[in-house]
Write a protein that binds this ligand. Structure first.
Ligand code: RUB
Length: 313
């Protein structure tokens, strides 16, 4: 929690609001969480505090760890706080630099991604990934004509955000299905789903993390040999061995706000999906297999493996 910081009240309030938006999912998706974290650090940097480093580091950690499986935001903390400075401008520059890294990587990845989107294709997606949406939009603007089927993604219906954004951008063949229809769609109409495009919150050595429901989709796709593209920049790499303990559980009220008293819920919001033959990662380094993630990510972004300056003090 962002509390007890030496800051002007209104700046503190704005940072608390950013944190709340991340926790309540008003700000959702790995990229948006990382950008919100940068926005919070920038606000703090404009606060004229005496203890610049300590204050900004606390803000950054609170926002980047508001949701546990967001290495894109957490790697921002590693990158920005490698060095201690009394100058707030230093941290503003580091924020700009990290944001540019995100956008450059996304642009490169988008160029690669559109190559596997073809005229007449029928593609499935799950939840709301800004990365997947921008890839579809880019391909559409290039003149490719294809269909997208999105799951509604219970309990918070992020699939509705996906279809609205695609329709707003002019895509004409967009459908929404309930999550439970995926297996039947892939089985009964399997020849008609050309590929599945998914986002990722976290990339690990052996698998990736994405919205609950992704594992079921991937297992069905594996059985039916449907290609799965996990679209993710390598800045989402977390070098630690994946630990199921980090999977976030949320309030049962998100499933049923008026539930009968005493009802219990099981509420993980993310799945961990081991890499399989049919899963490839669309990244800023091209289309790669999961086994290449570790070497490529740490070569490209060596700071991911290093301790931040703050971890030493
Ligand atoms: C969002 C989700 C997205 C990834 C990738 O879950 O699982 O697929 O975060 O998003 P939630 P992006 O709604 O719980 O945040 O491609 O925008 O980084």
């Amino acid at each position: 929690m962002v509390v007890g910081l030496n800051m002007h009240g209104y700046i503190m309030d704005k940072i608390i609001e950013i944190e709340k938006d991340i926790k309540t999912l008003r700000t959702q998706g790995a990229t948006n969480v990382a950008l919100a974290t940068l926005a919070g650090i920038r606000l703090g940097a404009n606060n004229n505090t005496k203890s610049v480093f300590q204050t900004l580091y606390k803000v950054a950690k609170a926002l980047a760890y508001a949701r546990p499986t967001e290495p894109l935001a957490q790697n921002a903390v590693r990158f920005i706080f490698q060095k201690e400075s009394k100058d707030a401008d230093f941290y503003l520059e580091r924020c700009d630099c990290y944001e540019k890294m995100i956008y450059d990587a996304k642009a490169k990845m988008g160029d690669t991604g559109v190559e596997v989107i073809h005229d007449g294709g029928i593609y499935l997606t799950h939840c709301h990934s800004s990365t997947v949406v921008s890839m579809f939009v880019k391909a559409w603007k290039m003149g490719k004509r294809f269909s997208v089927i999105a799951t509604e993604t219970r309990p918070l219906y992020q699939g509705r955000i996906t279809v609205k954004e695609l329709l707003d951008e002019g895509l004409t063949n967009v459908s929404l299905i309930i999550d439970d229809a995926v297996a039947s769609l892939l089985t009964v109409h399997k020849t008609r789903i050309d590929a599945i495009f998914l986002g990722a919150d976290l990339l690990s050595y052996n698998g990736f993390v994405n919205k609950i429901g992704t594992l079921g989709i991937c297992l069905t796709a594996k059985k039916l040999k449907v290609p799965v593209y996990c679209t993710s920049i390598l800045l989402k790499f977390d070098p630690r061995p994946f630990d199921y303990q980090v999977i976030e559980f949320r309030s049962g009220k998100e499933i049923w706000s008026g539930a009968p008293k005493g009802l219990k819920f099981y509420t993980p919001v993310f799945d961990y999906i081991p890499y399989a033959e049919n899963i490839k990662i669309i990244s800023e380094k091209g289309i790669i297999k999961g086994s290449k993630i570790n070497s490529l990510a740490t070569l490209l972004y060596s700071f991911i493996k290093e301790k931040t300056h703050a971890e030493y003090i």
